[in-house]
Design a protein around this ligand. Structure first.
Ligand code: NAP
Length: 248
């Protein structure tokens, strides 16, 4: 029987690369998406064409009832979860903190922080022997922004990733005795559509001259680090972070 992985925000960018690599490594993959069903189905089709198993599951991770429905669907369609990737995340238009309104702060924190907590909670409820589970692993896709702060762009987003890192540290210690490992990956500046949400689609190329490796990163490079954290080689690694940020 294949191990089961859920990738939130698996329809595009980094999440899609993780879903495809996981399927190649033998996981049956739940490909979560929020709005773009066609993109999620395209990821599922590619995995299926390559002989893998995947299902697309719609849910806004910020909404508790939708997260509950997503996990029930995963249980029914693929089986009990072994691996969760908290990857879904958003940022909004670049601006200074003094211009941010409460609605924006709630949107960013709800998706990036509350969403990650809710999905981690549902995963632990299935992985922990306290609930009849057999252990598992969680990887939180944070950001180098948690260390760098993203001044003049999106300090709110950076702060949400800082919260995610604290979730990684605290939860890893809470569930380690139950055979659940929790780790984080901090991508730097990666070529995806996310930068367009900030109002600057060409952001990676603007910044590449100040990145020590002098280039933006690829989604495959992030996916590789995430999948290492799920591997047997990472069996003694928990509460840790891998920087995938070109030396930044
Ligand atoms: P992206 O290309 O914008 O894709 C975002 C994905 O998240 C999409 O699949 C989207 O689904 C999904 N999503 C958004 N809001 C959601 C919600 N409320 N519920 C469920 N799914 C939701 O982003 P990306 O660049 O691949 O980023 C993926 C992760 O890496 C994020 O957590 C991001 O913060 C982190 N990261 C990215 C970079 C970078 O440079 N790109 C750097 C550091 C960290 P729909 O398509 O259906 O909307």
């Amino acid at each position: 029987m294949s191990k089961v992985m859920l990738v939130t925000g698996g329809s595009r960018g980094i999440g899609a690369a993780i879903a495809k690599l996981a399927a190649r490594r033998g996981y049956a993959v739940g490909v979560n998406y929020h709005a773009n069903a066609d993109a999620a189905e395209a990821v599922v089709d590619e995995i299926t064409r390559d002989g893998g198993k995947a299902v697309a599951i719609q849910a806004d991770v910020a909404q508790e009832d939708q997260v509950l429905r997503m996990f029930r669907t995963l249980d029914e369609r693929l089986g009990r979860i072994d691996a969760l990737v908290n990857n879904a995340g958003i940022l909004e238009k670049q601006m200074r903190v003094e211009d941010m309104d409460a609605a924006r702060l709630h949107r960013v924190l709800s998706t990036n922080v509350v969403g990650a907590f809710l999905c981690a909670r549902e995963a632990v409820r299935r992985m922990s022997p306290r609930h009849g589970g057999q252990g598992g692993a969680i990887v939180n896709v944070s950001s180098a922004a948690a260390r760098l702060g993203s001044p003049n762009e999106y300090v709110d987003y950076a702060a949400s990733k800082g919260a995610m890192d604290t979730l990684t540290i605290g939860l890893s210690k809470e569930v380690a005795p139950e055979g659940i490992r929790v780790n984080g990956v901090r991508p730097g500046t990666i070529y995806t559509e996310m930068h367009a949400s900030g109002g600057e689609p060409g952001r990676v190329d603007r910044l590449k001259s100040v990145i020590p490796l002098r280039r933006g990163g690829t989604v495959e490079e992030v996916a590789g680090a995430v999948m290492w954290l799920f591997s047997d080689e990472a069996g003694y690694t928990s509460g840790s972070f891998i920087e995938v940020s070109g030396g930044n």
